[in-house]
Design a protein around this ligand. Structure first.
Ligand code: DAH
Length: 366
């Protein structure tokens, strides 16, 4: 029997020297592969006498086991080293500053809506919403504008092509007032809510856009009168514009859904080319500016919304959010609100962390 020791020593040395898993595998094939020298040595057993074989077989098996163990051990070591190298190369340095990313900002309309919610929540109002795709009944009929009512013509309504012959005509709501009807039908009276949202009219110039924002207000309870309306609006505007010298003028007007109806004007003065709210509109250097409509809810509207007008009265108001935002934050072109120009947004927008709160001031610094 040939002595395998020299081959074994050479193989063990080569295994120890293998620098990669590939190199190690070459050594495995050379020794233990089908044509490897260990396998060839095992094949010689068949040609031996039983006595020879009894000595040779355990010797060759021992060599085989020694080589296999050495390969396994080396393989584990090479794999551990490879993992170590990978972990080292993939290290993240968490102490590095974060890369610069574009900063978003809160649109003034969203900011003002948050301010409205904050101020009115403090007065016990909840926030209601309704669909922007509205039906004719909620947008007009239930608000005391039946089909022949002339006030409908003033709304420049976007109608949808009729979906089905029996379905009520669908439209883009022209005001937030239909939310009054939906909320009263759902919750009944008493009720105290604001409903901010988008409204649509087919109208477009420097002060009108086809989509704009309104906030509706509705209070229905027993013994509600115009005094409550005036106090509520005054309290709101003082908090919103953050000044005490707010003067409101309620001017007789007409809306189908209120009786009596008033338009709400606020005193202001000009500072440079900017209008600044405050003071009495008839005072020197001052004038009145219209901010919205309001009035006592028409009893026919209460009836249509399922509220008994002999038990309950209410007041309602509707204000243009874009307009009060322009006034408060000194913007003078309504169209820029909806252009999406990032320069305008970064100038007039608000940091996301500037949440309006009554304690810190609802008019967060921009
Ligand atoms: N819906 C009216 C409009 O868009 C505004 C309005 C006026 C709302 C009087 C009211 C109100 O709730 O009482 O022109």
């Amino acid at each position: 029997m040939t002595d395998l020791t020299p081959q074994k020593d050479a193989a063990l040395a080569a295994i120890a020297d293998a620098a990669s898993l590939e190199a190690l595998d070459e050594q495995r094939v050379a020794a233990l592969g089908k044509k490897g020298w260990v396998s060839l040595a095992l094949k010689t057993l068949g040609g031996m006498s039983p006595d020879e074989r009894q000595v040779a077989a355990p010797a060759i098996q021992a060599v085989r086991a020694e080589i296999a163990d050495a390969i396994d051990a080396k393989k584990a070591a090479l794999e551990a080293a490879e993992l170590e190298a990978q972990l080292a190369s993939e290290t993240l340095d968490l102490t590095l500053p974060a890369p610069a990313t574009p900063q978003g900002s809160v649109h003034p309309v969203s900011q003002v809506m948050d301010e409205l919610a904050e101020i009115f929540a403090d007065l016990g109002f909840s926030v209601a919403t309704g669909p922007e795709i509205e039906d004719d009944w909620h947008n007009f009929t239930a608000l005391n504008m039946d089909e022949s009512h002339p006030a409908r013509a003033m709304h420049d309504t976007f109608y949808f092509p009729d979906a089905a012959p029996d379905s009520g005509k669908m439209l883009l709501r022209t005001h937030t007032s239909p939310v009054q009807i939906r909320s009263m039908k759902e919750q009944g009276a008493p009720i105290r809510l604001i409903a901010p949202g988008r409204v649509y009219r087919s109208d477009s110039d420097a002060t009108h856009t086809p989509m704009f924002h309104q906030v509706e207000g509705l209070v229905v309870d027993r013994d509600i009168h115009l005094g409550h309306l005036k106090w509520t609006l005054e309290t709101f505007f003082k908090a919103f514009f953050e000044r005490e010298d707010i003067t409101l003028r309620l001017r007789p007007s007409y809306f189908p859904f209120t009786e009596p109806s008033v338009e709400v004007d606020v005193g202001y003065s000009n500072e440079g080319n900017r209008r600044v709210v405050g003071g009495h509109g008839d005072a020197e250097g001052h004038d009145w500016m219209e901010l919205g409509g309001s009035g006592m809810v028409n009893r026919r509207v209460l009836e249509m919304a399922g509220v008994d007008p002999d038990e309950y009265q209410g007041f309602a108001f509707g204000l243009g959010i874009d307009r009060i935002a322009m006034l408060k934050y000194g913007m003078n072109d309504l169209r820029a609100f909806f252009d999406g120009d990032p320069r305008w947004l970064s100038h007039y927008g608000f940091a996301a962390v500037d949440q309006p709160t009554l304690s810190a001031g609802v008019g967060a610094a921009s």
